[in-house]
Design a binder for this molecule. Sequence first.
Ligand SMILES: [Zn+2]
Length: 245
Amino acid sequence: MAEMVLDRLRELQLADLALRRLEQTKAVHDRSVLARAEGITRHKEHIESLRAKQKQIRMSADRKELEVKQKRADIEKLRHQQTQVKDNRQFATLQNEIKFAELAISKFEDEILADMGDIEGVEGEIKKAQAELQRHEKDLEAARKDIEAKKGEVDREIAQSRVKRDLMAKALPPRVVDLFTRIADRLAGEALAAVIRDEDDEDAGYVCGGCHMSVTQNTYVRLASRTEDLCVCPNCTRILYLEES
Ligand SMILES: [Zn+2]
């Protein structure tokens, strides 16, 4: 009885592992679409940040333009005052103020020119980023179609494998399937382990092929007698079986 159950469990494990691999393949496809979509979000955010930077430079240039206008008005006023003063000292003081205002204007104008250059530079960056974004979006569209097709194929394979697996499971006692499934879920599908000779120490006897902890003589005898119920490894809890010699 135990022997037949073990044979079927080994088949079930193979079906289970195949199913798990298919699920993983599907997950890899999903992740690759997700990663591309995230890349596009990052590109969009980058473009947004460039636009914000550009806006800031433009606002700062506008403020400087206003300053220039103010200074020009000041100069007009000072020139008018010059026509009204009578002594040379007052005239010279006003002339000095005009000179300072003109210096300030020239400094602002240099800065505005630099700002315009910066705005143009950022504009170039935005254009480049937009072209790249478009390329990525096209890429994503193509990849999505390709991946959807692959996923459809995997889905069909999964459905077929699941039917096979469920048929195998139905041929086994439910409590055995429950035990198997619990262990398989915990150990990535590897619910079974062969009892193997300990390669490091032949006198020591046998070990669990899953975790390499030694298996007692008693367990070995129970497995060899092929009449007992299932034995599990006391360390990793895998269901143990003997390879046919
Ligand atoms: Zn073990």
